[in-house]
Ligand binder design. Structure first.
Ligand SMILES: [Zn+2]
Length: 294
């Protein structure tokens, strides 16, 4: 399939450093591939609106796709730009004051944070949400997501979603077990972002357990709470991942701002990276645009 033909990722995965720095951002490059895949799926979906990927789903895929999406923000580093930072890196590093301003504008505009459980219930059963819901998510386990992210969210009673790459827990500049446990105890959602951030597109054989199950077990050992949500590294996925996620206890999974899979919308819930270059107005405008398209 054309869908699997990308060859850029091995370059990205050459070093841990580039994995850490680039985080999920390579997804933005994948729009064309996803569009090809979606055109295939659209044909399949049009023949039946009862396609689902999970026996646990209450609503069918078409019903879920027809619902208004919740804006889901995705953050990586929250820190001030070092001198001479390359423009491409500004996508993934949000200066501290920008982040503070973004949390404040969300609050001042009347947004309320929701959890993945609430979003899932809304999508599958029609449970209601606040009038202006938003989800604030963090990828890759960076420590400032605790020291700055949690601190700023606390000012407004916001709760976040932390997608943890478990290999990095306890390393310098990353969150440790105690911080992750505290987040869970305070009502934030702790979810999986794999063991070591390899692309889901390349998984086969033991990779599924190593990346999906090992990370889940590690986090559950720390928090004592079930891990039921997953974010694809780089936002990249393949359809074979859906049953693999489901049988390991994941109820839903998150992509970035590309198209959702028309047969498995719960395993391709959309998020949006907030680049470090955006003003608060850019963010609010993009929230409306990105989550209003199919
Ligand atoms: Zn990531």
């Amino acid at each position: 399939m054309i869908f699997f033909s990308r060859s850029k990722l091995p370059l990205i995965l050459l070093s841990t450093i580039s994995i850490i720095i680039l985080g999920c951002g390579q997804q933005q490059q994948n729009l064309a591939d996803t569009a090809v895949h979606d055109s295939i799926n659209n044909k399949a979906a049009s023949s039946s609106d009862t396609l689902t990927t999970s026996a646990n789903e209450v609503a069918d895929a078409a019903t879920i796709l027809s619902k208004k999406q919740v804006p889901v923000l995705c953050y990586h580093d929250i820190k001030n730009w070092p001198p001479n930072l390359r423009t491409s890196m500004k996508e993934y590093i949000v200066p501290i004051q920008n982040f503070k301003d973004q949390m404040k504008i969300l609050h001042d505009s009347g947004y309320k944070t929701i959890s993945p459980d609430e979003y899932y219930a809304y999508l599958t059963t029609g449970a209601t949400l606040p009038e202006k819901p938003v989800m604030i998510t963090y990828d890759d386990t960076d420590e400032e997501q605790f020291t700055i992210g949690k601190t700023e969210m606390d000012k407004y009673g916001f709760k976040g979603v932390y997608f943890i790459m478990t290999i990095s827990i306890g390393r310098p500049r990353y969150m440790n077990k105690e911080q992750i446990k505290q987040l869970a105890d305070e009502g934030h959602t702790i979810a999986s972002h794999t063991w070591d951030h390899h692309s889901v597109k390349k998984y086969e054989g033991d990779d599924w357990d190593n990346q999906l199950l090992k990370s889940k077990n590690t986090i559950e050992g720390i928090t004592g709470k079930p891990v039921q949500y997953f974010a694809y590294p780089f936002g990249l996925w393949k359809p074979e991942a859906f049953p693999e996620l489901e049988k390991r206890g994941y109820k839903a999974a998150f992509i970035l701002s590309t198209s959702r899979d028309t047969t498995a919308p719960l395993y391709t819930i959309r998020r949006m990276i907030v680049p470090g270059t955006w003003s608060t107005a850019s963010m609010i405008n993009s929230m409306k645009k990105t989550f209003n398209r199919n």
